[in-house]
Structure formats: C-alpha cells, structure tokens
Design a protein around this ligand. Structure first.
Ligand code: NAD
Ligand code: ZN
Length: 365
C-alpha cells in the first residue's frame, strides 16, 4: 500500500493498486530504510548499483536498510548503455538466486537511467515480478526514467525493445547526489526538464529561464523545485495514460527527430539530451511553418539551449535520411509521421499534419 504525504516534496502517483510516492529531499539517502519500511516489511533485499555510484552512495543505502532489519547485500555492476541487455539481466537473476530472494524480497535500483531500466526489468520478470524501489542518481533518472514504470533492456535490433510497464513501490530522490554528477549529464537532464515546461507548464518554463544559473550551480532549493515540478508533470501524464495509449505521447516532444538523429549516428555522436534539444527546435520550426506557433516560442527555447552549451541543429546528416528513419520510428502510426508540436509555451498537440516537404525544408534550413 502506498501512503499519502502532504509535504511539498512528496508526490503521490495515483495508479490505483500500483500507486506510489516520489519523495524528494536533500540528504534523504540515509533515511531510505525507514521510508521503505513504510511500504515493505523487512525482507531480503538487494541494492543494485554500478561501479561509479557504488563507492559514492552504496554504503549509505546499505546501512540505512540494514538498520531497518533488511537482510541486504549490494551488487555493483559494470554498466553502460551497451550493457543494458538480456545478458546483464541474466547475470542479475543469478545474484537474486544466490541471495535466495523470493517473491516478497526487495530490489533497490541505485543509479542512473540505464541501471533503473535494467533493474526494473529484472524486478518485473523475476518470479513474475517482485517489489522494487528506485533511487535515481542522475538528473535524467530523477525527472524522467525512474517515474512511470517503463522498464526495458535493449536488443541488437533496437533500444528498449524488450520490456514492459512495471511500477516501483517508491521513488526516493536525493538532490545531493547531483553534486558528483558530471556537468554534461546535468545538461542532458536539463533538456528533459525544459521539455516538461514546454509541454505542460508555462510558469515552470519561466522559472527555469529565471533560475538557470542557480540550477547549474546546484543550489539546493532550486534543484528541488525543478525536480519536483518535472516529476509532477510526468506523474500527472502517467496517471492519465499509464500505458501510452494517447496523451503520454506528449512526453515524446523533441524525441521523434531526436531519436532519428541518435539512430542515424549509431548513438555515438549525440547524447540523448543533445539530440532531444535539437528535436525540440526542429519540432518548433515545423510548428512555425504550419502556423501553429509564433517565433518567440522558438527564441526562448533556443536561448536556454545556447546557455546550456547545446547545439540547435545538426549540420551533417542528410535530411532525406532523417525522414526515412522517421518512418521506421515505433511512434509512427498508420504510416503517417506524427509529431508533438508546440502551440505555445506550456502546451503541445499531437499532430500528423506535417507534410514531408515542410519537414525536409526545416531539416535543410
Ligand atoms: N524508463 C523510462 O521511462 C526512460 C526515460 C528516459 C530515459 N530512459 C533511459 O535512461 C537511460 C539514460 O539514463 P541516464 O541519462 O541516467 O544515464 P546513465 O544511467 O548511463 O548514467 C550516466 C552516467 O552517470 C553515472 N552516475 C550516475 N549517478 C551519478 C552520480 N550521482 N554521480 C556521478 N556519476 C553518476 C553513471 O555511472 C553513468 O556512467 C537510457 O538507457 C534511456 O533509455 C528511460
Ligand atoms: Zn528523453
């Protein structure tokens, strides 16, 4: 059972019997044992983390769970996007068997989005599903991947192709963990944060414009504010459309062309955030061509991205190649290209009216 908390830093994600809380606080890691005990009785538990995060935060979480009578051990994996795979999942199942985990045992995912997606997938499949909690430690994982229950591993034929929807029992976000995060990872997460402002909340977008320097200086109060607002937008969209049957697609703003740029460069040239930022700019330019939105919306996004040191367009790829990849995107339906297009700051529409000529013009610009 989830529990309702009213404090500003808690978000209740209302998904019926799969409801859970997202708790955001500075320095929360040493309290996760107590907090988890509210939703799960002490049991066997495994904290899964990676080689970078383990020495930073592994012991704090381990001690916190041990103090609350969990029989817990830490598994630290060598992990990057290439290892978000079935092979790694199987390695993890072995660890769970070795620790004699059963259907009441707990898995804790401590790390970035790669780790969270993999661990969530393992939790969803081990013995047909065992409880897991997310402790995301990158900005991207805190505002995006840890919430909403999409869990997956990659397949040689495509990213995130093997997976399911499986909600965590809780998400604990410690804003202090961002202090050790490389700046590029912080920037990548910021693109998704800006995306939330664009799709749902103009006041939040303005807040980001005003506080960008403080955000990048990791001032605790502003970090908490942007993470809280981002999680609120994502949680709200997920509550309305858990399985991405309609509305949830708005979270893909900037991702249609963004994914194409990533795929065409074999996921090597661009980080996800870099590609999505360009995708947001292209989507806005398409919306301008279609007279759905005015130039100011473009300028304001461009200004934020430039301050973050991001590129606004790709200069090397052939627009025709980008368009052909778009047709293969799993988000394309009925053969028509479908975009999430802004109509003003804080509001987007899902639209399949962009013709190829317009898209090519924008890409070639
Ligand atoms: N499930 C979803 O809804 C969803 C949504 C968006 C993205 N994703 C997935 O998320 C993944 C990307 O996640 P990511 O951007 O977090 O990258 P990541 O998980 O690769 O983490 C980036 C790097 O930061 C390191 N790291 C993590 N926390 C740290 C900390 N506090 N201090 C220092 N280093 C730290 C990690 O070890 C890693 O090397 C992709 O696989 C993507 O598919 C999933
Ligand atoms: Zn994204």
């Amino acid at each position: 059972m989830a529990y309702k908390i009213t404090s500003m830093k808690d978000i209740f994600v209302d998904l019926g019997k799969d409801s859970y809380n997202i708790i955001i606080d500075k320095g929360i890691l040493n309290q996760v044992g107590t907090l988890i005990s509210k939703v799960i009785s002490p049991s066997k538990a495994i904290i899964v983390t990676d080689k970078t995060v383990a020495p930073l935060y592994g012991n704090i979480v381990l001690d916190s769970l041990s103090e609350c009578k969990f029989d817990v051990k830490v598994v630290s994996m060598e992990l990057g996007e290439e290892q978000k795979s079935m092979a790694k999942a199987e390695e993890l199942y072995e660890n769970l068997f070795d620790h004699e985990m059963d259907r009441k045992s707990l898995i804790v995912a401590l790390g970035g989005g790669v780790l969270g997606d993999l661990v969530g997938f393992v939790a969803s499949t081990f013995m047909r599903g065992i409880p897991f909690v997310q402790i995301p430690t990158t900005l991207l994982a805190q505002v995006d991947s840890s919430i909403g229950g999409k869990v997956a591993v990659n397949h040689p034929r495509g990213k995130n192709m093997i997976g399911c929807f499986y909600q965590p029992k809780s998400v604990f976000i410690d804003t202090d963990t961002l202090r050790t995060l490389p700046k590029e990872e912080m920037t990548a997460g910021m693109v998704e944060v800006i995306k939330y402002g664009m799709i749902k909340d103009s006041a939040f977008f303005e807040y980001i414009e005003k506080h960008l320097p403080a955000i990048m200086k990791l001032e605790p109060a502003v970090l908490e504010e942007i993470i809280y607002n981002s999680c609120k937008v994502k949680a709200h969209v997920v509550e309305l459309d858990e399985k991405e049957e309609g509305l949830r697609a708005i979270l893909n703003y900037g991702h249609t062309i963004g994914h194409a740029l990533e795929a065409l460069t074999s996921y090597k040239k661009y980080r996800h955030g870099d590609a999505v930022a360009m995708g947001m700019i292209y989507a806005t330019k398409i919306a301008i061509e279609m007279k759905l939105v005015d130039e100011e919306v473009l300028k304001r996004q461009e200004s934020l991205f430039v301050k973050l040191g991001l590129s606004l367009k790709d200069t090397e790829l052939n627009p025709n190649d980008i368009v052909s990849i778009l047709y293969q995107d799993k988000k394309t339906i009925g053969g028509r290209l479908r975009f999430v297009l802004p109509i003003r700051i804080g509001d987007v529409v899902i639209n399949d009216g962009a013709d190829e000529e317009t898209i090519l013009k924008v890409l070639a610009d």
